[in-house]
Design a protein around this ligand. Structure first.
Ligand SMILES: Nc1ncnc2c1ncn2[C@@H]1O[C@H](COP(=O)(O)OP(=O)(O)O)[C@@H](O)[C@H]1O
Ligand SMILES: [Mg+2]
Length: 366
């Protein structure tokens, strides 16, 4: 039986492992936390740091193919394995470009893909105020970002992101945020999921609406952009493309070389989930159908509201709501704003799906 090695052991790894198992594959994960979300459901876990080259090599030793669920994984170690002929997807070269947000933006611009204006921090004044200071690497859920309102706010903003190497980006007064999840096989076949709308609160993804409520012209633009992004980067697997919509202009915010929060709805809402799609892409299977399985799907994240041991409550009640599925990630500790689970509601109309998802969200505490 083939074994998939996953660097990183969070909820993305957990849902990838579930999909791999359904296809008859074995899963080994690498993560420092014993029995975390992915470790709980894997055939084997190596307890170790995915930033450590020795540990990455140990993971490869137990796997037929390697993938990763987090950008901060050691890209050089993966690259070394790839050079030796070991299959790693998406390619470590792609990962190395994407994990440095400034390099990623430069790459997108060089490939003719529309992005917001950006520059080195010392030239930030040219963007006008406010602008957004972003950590070049390691940021997630908005933690690497700070808005700079005027010249006096720069020092504080640098402090907020931890005085790490950063770049500056023009502040986009967007009407909506959109996202496209897409996949490519090693042979170059590309498939896109429908464009979705993502709603962030405090820079963290809160709600995803599928399909996005935008004109066909806008949806076409977003799909075209996503297609260009996938055609530019090498490597097999699922990618997510986050975008800003302002008026009828669409620009790329960022690209993730992995399964993504904006694609969780596909587990119930699409014929093939993004997790199965990724496993298919990296194991050389043909890609699955990305059509929606219901007219509308709404995903709402379950974020922690306190700090302490996790105690999921209300799951049984929430599951009684027609069309609602609850996913709890198995994290032992809850923390304010930590992603602890999510809810997806599918329905015949968007209003119904929204209503059901919100009702479920109200019932659940963790
Ligand atoms: N240039 C920008 N202008 C306005 N809002 C932004 C900008 N960049 C990011 N944001 C907001 O912050 C959120 C998180 O930023 P992002 O760069 O995607 O970081 P992360 O890697 O944490 O997801 C975005 O989804 C958006 O809501
Ligand atoms: Mg983002």
């Amino acid at each position: 039986m083939k074994t998939v090695g996953i660097a990183g052991g969070g909820q993305l790894g957990r849902m990838l492992a579930d999909a791999a198992h359904r296809l008859g594959l074995r899963v080994v994960t690498l993560d420092p936390e014993s029995r975390g979300p992915a470790g709980q459901v894997s055939d084997e876990q190596i307890e170790g740091d995915y930033k450590d080259a020795t540990m990455i090599r140990a993971l490869a030793g137990k796997s037929d193919v390697l993938t990763y669920e987090i950008e901060s994984v050691n890209a050089e170690a993966l690259q070394q394995l790839a050079v030796e002929g070991f299959p790693v997807h998406p390619t470590p070269r792609t990962l190395a470009i994407i994990k440095d947000k400034l390099r990623q933006k430069e790459f997108l611009k060089e490939h003719g893909i529309a992005v917001a204006p950006f520059c080195e921090p010392q030239d930030a004044e040219s963007l006008g105020y406010p602008y957004v200071l972003k950590a070049r690497s390691g940021g997630f859920d908005g933690r690497g970002n700070a808005t700079v309102a005027d010249v006096s706010a720069l020092a504080e903003a640098l402090g907020k992101i931890g005085n790490v190497p950063a770049y500056a980006e023009g502040f986009v007064r967007f009407d909506k945020e959109l996202a496209v999840v897409a996949a490519r096989t090693a042979s170059g076949e590309i498939r896109l999921y429908p464009v979705v709308e993502t709603i962030h609160k405090d820079h963290i993804c809160d709600t995803v609406i599928a399909p996005a409520q935008v004109d066909k012209k806008i949806a076409d633009k977003a799909e075209h952009l996503a297609h260009s992004v996938l055609a530019s980067f090498e490597g097999a697997g699922v990618f997510a493309i986050e975008m800003f919509l302002s008026g009828d202009e669409v620009v790329v915010n960022e690209v993730a070389p992995r399964v993504h929060n904006s694609g969780h709805w596909t587990i119930e809402g699409a014929v093939t989930s993004q997790f199965e799609q990724h496993i298919r892409a990296i194991t050389g299977m043909p890609l699955g159908d990305t059509a929606m399985a219901a007219p509308a799907a709404v995903m709402i994240n379950i974020l922690g509201e306190r700090n302490g041991p996790a105690e999921p409550k209300g799951v049984e009640e929430a599951e009684k709501i027609p069309g609602v599925k609850v996913h709890i990630y198995g994290k032992m500790e809850t923390r304010k704003q930590r992603k602890m689970g999510h809810i997806t509601a599918v329905a015949d109309t968007l209003d119904q799906a929204k209503g059901s998802a919100l009702k479920a969200r109200d019932i659940i505490t963790i």
